[in-house]
Write a protein that binds this ligand. Sequence first.
Ligand SMILES: Cc1cc2nc3c(=O)[nH]c(=O)nc-3n(C[C@H](O)[C@H](O)[C@H](O)COP(=O)(O)OP(=O)(O)OC[C@H]3O[C@@H](n4cnc5c(N)ncnc54)[C@H](O)[C@@H]3O)c2cc1C
Length: 596
Amino acid sequence: MSDYRAPLADMTFVLNELAGLAGIAKLPGYEEATPDTVAVILEEASRFASEVLDPLNASGDREGSRLLADGTVKTPPGFRDAYLKYVENGWNGLTKPVDFGGQGLPQLVAAAVEEMWHAANMAFDLCPLLTQGAIEAIDLCGTPEQKARFLPPMVAGKWTGTMNLTEPQAGSDLAAVRTRAVPQPDGSYRLFGQKIFITFGEHDYTENIIHLVLARLPDAPEGVKGISLFIVPKVLVNADGSLGARNDVRCVSLEHKLGIHASPTAVLAYGDHGGATGYLVGEANRGLEYMFIMMNLARFSVGMEGVGLAERAYQRAVAYARDRVQGRTPAAGAATIIGHPDVRRMLMTMRASTEAMRAVGCVTAAGMDRARRSRDAGERKAAQAFVDFMIPIVKGWCTETAQEVTSLGIQVHGGMGYIEETGAAQYYRDARIITIYEGTTGIQANDLVGRKTQRDGGAEARRVAAEADNAARICAAHADPSLAAIGRNLADAVAAMREAIDWVVGEGGNEPSAAYAGAVPYLRLCGLVAGGLQMARAATIARGHLDRGEGDAAFHTSKIATARFYAEALLPHARPYLHAMTAGSAAALALAVDAF
Ligand SMILES: Cc1cc2nc3c(=O)[nH]c(=O)nc-3n(C[C@H](O)[C@H](O)[C@H](O)COP(=O)(O)OP(=O)(O)OC[C@H]3O[C@@H](n4cnc5c(N)ncnc54)[C@H](O)[C@@H]3O)c2cc1C
């Protein structure tokens, strides 16, 4: 076993040197987020993660949340208290609007803090994560009255929020939603239907839960254009903000799952006793459009779950490898398995992948902040184009890579990794959901191919590739052989990405089935290169610090070594991805459906 320690040195480096925190702190409304203040916030968050959340992770996994006979849900021992401490310490309102009691900090700061929560106890953080989505939806599309009534208690964490999208026949395809909303004379609606897989749809943390529900009006057109969004409180809220009668929404069962056992995944029944009272958010029939606006943030957060779980798995694997004695190792001074070259390869793969994902996630978060707050409209537009391109990559690539990292975490432990007591297995099990919810990897990849690459003729994808090429050129020109190697490997991976973009826009565009059969390899290729770009920048910056004799020499030396490993051992996978998408997509479609 090991205790979680937030990687503060790397987080600080990424925030300040790669994501440009000082520049973000100059944007209107973010003036509080100076590097000094942020360092204190990260320190505090790290303490909360290590002291409060991490100790509950394994027990929460063992005990799970339970549905009681009266329809209430009991979360595992300690979780409710931890939640109350979490909101008391103000963590719930970190990035939320100041007008509703939040602290209005940049997404960049939230990205690092969220990583810590996910690493320490991902099941715990799902409740705040979903509340954040519900707050975002109401803030974006609600009436002033809805905002005044629901947002202050949600921002304060007094009430939590959920996202109710999925139904048995409507998962990836939300156009198939059947829950009905019937207008009432007083302007409210009565909802009838069933939602499945609703995270923290019922729990014992708070006195109220605000469900954001997708449903159809009686006269709604078929398909995506006929779905509306509703606020449905578990307990109705009076005009003065006090709580009224229990609403007609009940938890009828909890799912038994592979992982995240502490997070209750609820089946919710709406309207079994006359209809659940709901309030329309925004305009009728625009619910899916609103969902997609706020999904950017939720998808980003799920990507950061991948980063957090990968970091946690890495830390546990290192602790085990330092301790486990097995055979004689060739490395001087290493009597434990950390001296075996193959164990080192696994640990370096875990470390380099995690650092690259963290950097990609944080640079994207900084893009979100610029897209919201830059003074110049052109800069906002450019930042938004970057964010739009990166969101499916952060979600898809970070979560898929986390599968490999958490799996390697088990492998480093040998047989003990498969046994629950080391904890390595829990990260692997918990990680398995992140490539599925908030849109599967297939859905992210379709988005990257269709909306994010083909729609603008590959313009933003090529701009990112050009940035990576530039970083490669800077490295390649360096006298340091590590940087030169990084430059060469990155340049080759970028060349593969360029070919892939051309194929997606050209040949793939003419043959949509082929483009979509190659979509996941394309996403993985773009993620790999985006990681390579940030690792190359990191190595160049670290080299500069070493040359000038500034800062922590051991950290900067390790950063260059890790970036070199990423470039030499991981970036060469770029070409096989290109081959898999261009040549392999026809083969993927070769068998007729009946032949399976
Ligand atoms: C633990 C857990 C928590 C969840 N929390 C919530 C929640 O809080 N709120 C909520 O509303 N939902 C939640 N979900 C539901 C989740 O978002 C869905 O499971 C997910 O969107 C996938 O839908 P599905 O399960 O119906 O799979 P399907 O849509 O049936 O997908 C099955 C397979 O088909 C593929 N596929 C489907 N359509 C396409 C396509 N167009 N192109 C390519 N491939 C495709 C998928 O990639 C997948 O591999 C949760 C699910 C779980 C398991």
